[in-house]
Design a protein around this ligand. Structure first.
Ligand SMILES: Cc1cc2nc3c(=O)[nH]c(=O)nc-3n(C[C@H](O)[C@H](O)[C@H](O)COP(=O)(O)OP(=O)(O)OC[C@H]3O[C@@H](n4cnc5c(N)ncnc54)[C@H](O)[C@@H]3O)c2cc1C
Length: 507
């Protein structure tokens, strides 16, 4: 006898753990399996972006993450003859409760998510590998293998590959993973550094490349990241090699000691040709891998998961049509592509040996960086992008403006800003949230009843009073992932009604 699941989540890295947390809030029948016996204890991804802190807040884990982490408010750029201080995330982030880049090791992030799942009675089945998938009519036959060699057959309606760069789900679904490997090798270490001012990100720029120190906090105070010098390809990564590189970039004032983790790695830039193929979905590193420039990788994976989980849940429970699942690729593939482009550009500027780019790094940067620091507009736009608060789904089929689209304020497909503060928390419960503003007569129970009938289980109504938070906007629908699906002016409920008829069935 095989047990039938709505969803099989393959992989319990940050992406799979976040997906499991969301499926749990909807009561979806799912299992989460991972072939490793234990979660990874190396630090790996080292920063959490503001948008990720926001999307994880509904699970009650964000305060714990912030409590364990280390917000960095400043980048200190060490140029040949001076140090330029660049405030981080000081502009362009007024509408979030988390206007900082939080340094926290991936091991800690996974530990917080795992503890949350344990508290919710979700069993992460470790030592359990997905070995085969086969489509059988309307479901998928999945074969799982345990460490002792025993196998189990499981049937699932949907399978989500959160199984990393070498994804089995991606391979079994026949989805391509195109891209390239960068020629350089990188060196990474978590260690202590004497002579480095605490609480800031430090970067040393030379013609040869860049050396970074990030304020990780735990398991060591600093994360070092540098390119392996040409000619030192096969040398073992040890403290003397790292000290030699550090001295070459920063002079003799920095002393490295007490390494907790040292490794080298190659980087790739690859994206899945599709994020969905029938009942198979890809999220996180299974769908995109790239350089760590801008600390986007783990964050993008967690946000993939939280774009998908509620859609799977509502479709499985019959609240939404299958068509809703098509919006996953429509919304997340463009985000993935833009992260691949953006990290590739940043990576090229930081590492290229091309004479023009070397010149830009050594000669132009010292002149341009101070000017760029003063250019508040462009700087705010960069922070908005890096923080992932600027992600929107305006071109999604699930983003619609009413017949009287608002001229100002957020548009359909935008993230619900946390202004006034606490607004996001009010609409954080599972399901959709209908925001109504304006004179009470506009939204009498009699007018609303036909629109809301049969949807109470997954649609909560919030009456905001006379004053709309956004001039002109009288009503809007907040999706379960905190993006606005529908916004409109006026009191015409036909647009709202049409939107709900398409995406939220009456049960
Ligand atoms: C050395 C290193 C340094 C990094 N530094 C950074 C950084 O500074 N910043 C950054 O953003 N990112 C960094 N990353 C990348 C970051 O770790 C990933 O983006 C992140 O782990 C992706 O999470 P994920 O859950 O999608 O995949 P993963 O964390 O890879 O998790 C996939 C899980 O799937 C499991 N699995 C695989 N196949 C199967 C199967 N067939 N059956 C069952 N389980 C399976 C694996 O055991 C694994 O636990 C780094 C990675 C490495 C290796």
């Amino acid at each position: 006898m095989t047990a039938h699941l709505d969803v099989l989540v393959v992989g319990a890295g940050p992406t799979g753990l976040a997906l499991a947390a969301q499926l749990r809030t909807y009561g979806t029948t799912f299992r989460i399996v991972d072939r490793s016996l234990d979660r990874a204890h190396e630090s790996r991804a080292l920063a959490i972006q503001p948008r990720t802190l926001e999307v994880l807040a509904p699970f009650g884990v964000t305060d714990e993450l912030v409590g364990r982490g280390n917000p960095a408010m400043q980048l200190r750029m060490h140029l040949p003859h001076r140090v330029v201080q660049i405030p981080l995330f000081d502009i362009g982030l007024a509408d979030t409760a988390y206007p900082f880049l939080l340094f926290l090791s991936q091991a800690e992030t996974e530990s917080v998510l795992s503890e949350h799942l344990r508290g919710e009675d979700v069993d992460v089945e470790r030592g359990t590998e997905l070995v085969r998938l086969e489509r059988t009519g309307s479901s998928v036959a999945c074969r799982l293998r345990r460490g002792d060699g025993s196998e189990e057959a499981v049937e699932a309606t949907y399978v989500v590959g959160c199984d990393g760069a070498h994804s089995t789900v991606r391979a079994q679904a026949g989805i391509g993973f195109e891209g390239y490997a960068y020629p350089q090798t990188f060196l990474l270490a978590d260690l202590e550094v004497d002579g480095l001012e605490p609480g800031a990100v430090h970067t040393y720029m030379t013609g040869a490349g860049m050396l970074f120190f990030f304020p990780l906090g735990s398991p060591a105070t600093w994360r070092l990241l540098a390119m392996r010098p040409p000619g030192a390809t096969d040398t073992e990564v040890d403290l003397s090699l790292l000290q030699e590189i550090t001295t070459r970039y920063a002079g003799s004032r920095l002393a490295l000691r007490d390494p907790v983790w040292m490794t080298d790695f190659r980087l790739h830039n690859r994206g899945a040709a599709h994020y969905r193929s029938g009942p198979f979905f890809l999220a996180g590193d299974a769908a995109h891998i790239h350089s760590p420039a801008g600390a986007q990788g783990m964050n993008t994976g967690i946000q993939d998961a939280l774009n998908l989980g509620w859609k799977l849940a509502l479709v499985c429970q019959g609240h939404s049509p299958e068509e809703l699942l098509e919006t996953y690729e429509a919304e997340r593939a463009p985000v993935g592509r833009s992260v691949l482009r953006f990290t590739d550009r940043a990576f090229t500027v930081a590492t290229s040996g091309n004479p023009a780019i070397r010149l830009a790094r050594t000669r132009l940067a010292p002149r341009l960086v101070p000017l760029a620091v003063r250019a508040r507009g462009p700087r705010g736009r960069v922070f908005r992008t890096v923080s992932e608060l600027g992600i929107h789904y305006r071109r999604s089929p699930a983003s619609t403006s009413g017949s009287r689209p608002p001229g100002r304020g957020p548009r359909a497909g935008d993230r619900l800003p946390d202004l006034p503060r606490g607004f996001q928390a009010r609409t954080a419960g599972p399901g959709w949230h209908l925001l109504l503003a304006g004179p009470p007569r506009l939204w009498s129970d009699g007018r609303l009843a036909p629109v809301l009938a049969g949807r109470a289980e997954v649609l909560t109504v919030h009456r905001l009073g006379e004053q709309s938070p956004w001039p002109g906007v009288t009503h809007g629908l907040v999706r379960p992932d905190g993006y606005l699906g529908y916004v409109s002016r006026g009191a015409d409920v036909n647009g709202l009604s049409g939107y709900l008829d398409r995406w939220l069935r009456r049960v």
